[in-house]
Design a protein around this ligand. Structure first.
Ligand SMILES: [Zn+2]
Length: 187
């Protein structure tokens, strides 16, 4: 059975950063997120879209290939994720279970569906600007409303995809023209 207990609290001895602007300065700059047990990189700040404080987790659109999505769908009959269907996430380095992807949820968790939810108390952050490592539980990543950030990122992905299809259309045209001109030059 999956250990949902550790989703519930952020009960470390770490002091939260008291200065909000220090926190802001850190979380808005490049940070990588690592396994607290084996140092494997799980994600970086580009893939983070916020924090779900109610389940003590970071919300990510993207994780590294070192986060394994376990294939069996599971169902939780009670507790924090009562009536949810989910897949567990596992660290490829040390095999610890470190998060979930929720698929089917009650309404109050619907904003978190299909996103990677990584337990904060299982990870630490490497801060590029200062070269420091700190426990993720000492930082607050809830900098923008999650819904906004998610739709922003999804829009960005869509735009990038449409640019890519434009580029490939142009390349197809170019190739077609080249083919035509080479036919013309050899005739
Ligand atoms: Zn690990």
């Amino acid at each position: 059975m999956y250990d949902f207990e550790s989703f519930q609290s952020c009960d470390t001895d770490d002091k939260k950063l008291e200065n909000e602007s220090v926190n802001q300065g850190i979380v808005e700059n490049p940070v990588t997120f690592h396994c607290g047990q084996c140092n494997t990189v799980w994600a970086d700040s580009r893939g983070i879209c916020g924090e779900a404080t109610s389940i003590n987790s970071l919300i990510c659109l993207e994780v590294t290939p070192d986060v394994t999505i376990n294939s069996g769908r599971e169902w939780s009959p009670d507790g924090l994720f009562s009536a949810c269907v989910y897949n567990t996430l596992q660290c490829a380095g040390c095999l610890c279970l470190m998060g979930v992807i929720l698929y089917s949820t009650p309404q109050h968790l619907s904003a978190l569906r299909n996103l990677f939810l990584l337990k904060k108390d299982k990870m630490y952050c490497y801060i590029f600007s200062t070269g420091q490592t700190v426990k993720a539980s000492t930082l607050n990543f809830n900098v923008t409303p999650v819904g906004e950030r998610v739709s922003e990122l999804r829009q960005l992905i869509q735009e990038t995809e449409s640019h890519l299809s434009d580029v490939s259309a142009v390349m197809d045209d170019t190739r077609a023209n080249e083919a035509t001109s080479s036919v013309q030059s050899t005739s």
